[in-house]
Design a protein around this ligand. Structure first.
Ligand code: ATR
Length: 265
């Protein structure tokens, strides 16, 4: 039941219809007896700064989940940036303090790895292809290198962003062989779509599908549809698949803890 005591959390996104955080987090709050509600907030890039000023002044707002395309942009708007968000250059959660300060951090890397490990997949020693160099993809790139991937190829539509991400990951994790390349699965064990391709039914596939085959694991960040055209193609080619829902499911408790969403006494 939502009352005047209920804490308010928002999910910032554009488009909004695909976000899963409201259903997943509200179910978590109900199960844990947390007096809080998560609502979707559809905000276009050009309006983010104006909306942000209002959110700072919203006294019962306790925080925000941030997703496409705002993960990188919110760093400039926050008063304090956690170490994972600083390393990745993007955030997916913001805590609003009682005096209106905005404090962000990034849990997509931990969530993605937690999801893979929850499915008994260990990236240690694997050769990974990461498509994308935005907020979520950057978090995953750092997390895969930290988890011991032997090699990481980064492919992105805007190559300059892949070049910059590859340099930062290589600098932080010299044991991982990080290169920039094409979205070509051949020669990789783990293929990760970290782009927004797959959200819309008319989107092209993020990788060259003819090269998918048995022995590969294909993972997604797209949560809706649950099984994207890429995952369908991967299954048909005999690959193992990992749906996008796991990245969020594996970080819900971490997000709630960061947001101070605690059970009623
Ligand atoms: P998020 O915060 O969810 O990670 P983002 O930072 O906007 O979202 O990143 C979106 C990613 O999807 C980027 O890698 C983007 O490529 P660009 O860096 O070239 O923009 C990628 N992407 C989005 N639409 C795409 C498209 N039509 N074709 C190829 N890549 C696309």
């Amino acid at each position: 039941m939502i009352t005047g005591h209920t804490d308010l959390y928002g999910v910032l996104a554009d488009p909004i219809a695909q976000v899963r955080a409201p259903e997943v987090m509200n179910a978590f709050f109900a199960a844990q007896d947390v007096d809080a509600v998560v609502v979707p907030m559809w905000v276009a890039t050009g309006d983010l700064a104006a909306v942000w000023d209002g959110l700072r002044r919203l006294n019962n707002l306790k925080g925000l989940i941030v997703t496409v395309p705002h993960k990188a942009a919110v760093l400039d708007l926050c008063d304090s940036i956690g170490s994972a968000a600083r390393q990745v250059g993007a955030a997916n959660v913001v805590r609003r303090t009682a005096d209106g300060r905005m404090v962000c951090d990034m849990f997509d890397g931990k969530g993605f790895l937690g999801g893979l490990k929850g499915q008994d997949y260990d990236p240690r020693g694997r050769r990974a292809l990461l498509v994308g160099a935005g907020g979520a993809a950057s978090a995953i790139g750092f997390a895969l290198a930290e988890a011991g991937c032997a090699a990481l190829t980064i492919a992105n539509r805007t190559e300059e962003k892949a070049v910059q991400l590859a340099a930062r990951v290589a600098d932080a994790y010299p044991a991982c062989d990080v290169t920039v390349g094409a979205p070509e699965p051949a020669g990789h064990d783990l293929i990760v779509n970290g782009t927004s391709l797959g959200l819309r039914s008319e989107d092209p596939l993020p990788v060259r599908p003819e090269a998918l085959g048995p022995g590969m694991m294909v993972a997604e960040v797209i949560m809706k549809p649950e099984t994207t055209p890429l995952l369908e193609r991967a299954m048909a080619a005999g690959c193992a698949i990992h749906q996008g829902c796991y990245m969020l499911d594996a970080q819900i408790a971490l997000l709630a803890d960061f947001l101070g969403a605690v059970p009623r006494r």
